[in-house]
Design a protein around this ligand. Structure first.
Ligand SMILES: Cc1cc2nc3c(=O)[nH]c(=O)nc-3n(C[C@H](O)[C@H](O)[C@H](O)COP(=O)(O)O)c2cc1C
Length: 314
């Protein structure tokens, strides 16, 4: 049976705040691994989530990359889905009303070809009433609208400024790529351009090869590595960002368990995104949530938010 905090006076307070948005617990369904929540809503009560970050949206609908788009790896997976999505307007018309049926903050994850297009999407989605804009400048699987912005501090600043100008009513978090020399420098660029928060990390660029054909397994040649294999990289990135900027961080990358989520918070995350765990096991998030109250007791915290940024470096 899931815990009922109302019945247990000593239950830990799991609520956190991210960019001024109140989350009932720190767990965010990561963009691209949870669609718009419809499939999971048939399996468990998705209003248990702290928040949902929806599949990456673009201005126009996208088919994504040709198959194969997924490859297995030890302790993770490679994907080159290429931002398949119905487009921002279809999202506003059909998916957002569905999600509004749940007591759940909705983060709109956006990609675009130009800073102006990012701004236009941000305005559309902010006006439609999403709770937060998550600016994806870190997708490794598309030619435009992703990593070509995210690896250049000046381009990240330019995109952030444009989004902030257009989404006045809604907080803006910038989602960063680990495929850079210094993720702290990129976070500083987003902060100086007015971002309200940072989301990190997106996937690591990788490849698998079909031995017989001597060709890459993925049609796109390369893909984004996610899952437990990247957890230590994600922790290091979040700890670096926490020391570089004052912004709250949505930390993720390879989080599988409640203990992983707590490590991520100690590294500096205000909330924690969970992606590939859900691809491996559809009930991964409710299982993780069930483990948080006992873990808070074990760690001696009354409120889980007390963990954030408590890392003491050697
Ligand atoms: C199949 C798949 C699709 C993804 N699509 C998006 C996307 O549309 N936008 C985005 O910002 N991140 C996307 N991501 C990245 C995840 O949101 C997350 O940042 C990354 O996978 C690391 O976390 P994880 O190891 O918990 O999955 C995708 C990841 C996967 C595996």
């Amino acid at each position: 049976m899931p815990e009922n905090p109302a019945k247990n006076k000593n239950a830990a307070d799991l609520a956190v705040s991210f960019c001024g948005v109140r989350l009932k617990n720190p767990i965010v369904a990561a963009s691209g691994t949870f669609g718009f929540g419809r499939e999971y809503a048939e399996l468990w009560d998705i209003s248990r989530l702290g928040a949902i970050s929806v599949k990456g949206l673009t201005r126009q609908p996208r088919q994504g990359n040709p198959p194969p788009r997924i490859a297995e790896t030890p302790a993770g997976m490679l994907n080159a889905v290429g931002l398949q999505n119905p487009g921002a307007e279809a999202f506003i018309k059909t998916e957002l009303p569905f999600l509004r049926g749940f007591d759940l903050p909705v983060f709109a994850n956006i990609s675009a070809n130009t800073p102006e297009e990012y701004g236009e999407m941000a305005r559309l989605l902010a006006n439609a009433g999403v709770d937060l804009i998550e600016v994806n400048v870190s997708c490794p699987n598309v030619r435009a609208g992703g990593i070509q912005f995210g690896t250049d501090p000046a381009a990240v600043a330019r995109v952030t400024e444009e989004v902030k100008k257009n989404a006045v009513s809604v907080p803006v978090a910038v989602k960063l790529s680990p495929n850079v020399t210094s993720i702290a420098d990129i976070a500083r660029a987003a902060e100086s351009a007015g971002a309200d928060g940072i989301s990190a990390i997106n996937t690591l660029l990788g490849m698998r090869i079909d031995l017989r054909r001597r060709r890459p397994v993925l049609h796109n040649n390369t893909g984004g590595l996610s899952g437990p294999a990247i957890f230590p990289v994600a922790l290091r990135c979040v700890a670096d960002i926490y020391r570089a900027v004052k912004l709250p961080i949505c930390g993720g990358g390879g989080v599988m368990t409640a203990r992983d989520a707590a490590e991520m918070m100690i590294a500096g995350a205000a909330c924690v995104s969970v992606g590939t765990a859900t691809v491996f096991e559809p009930a991964a998030i409710p299982e993780l949530l069930d483990g948080l109250p006992d873990l808070c007791r074990e760690l001696g915290v009354g409120g889980i938010a007390e963990l954030t940024g408590t890392l003491a470096l050697n």
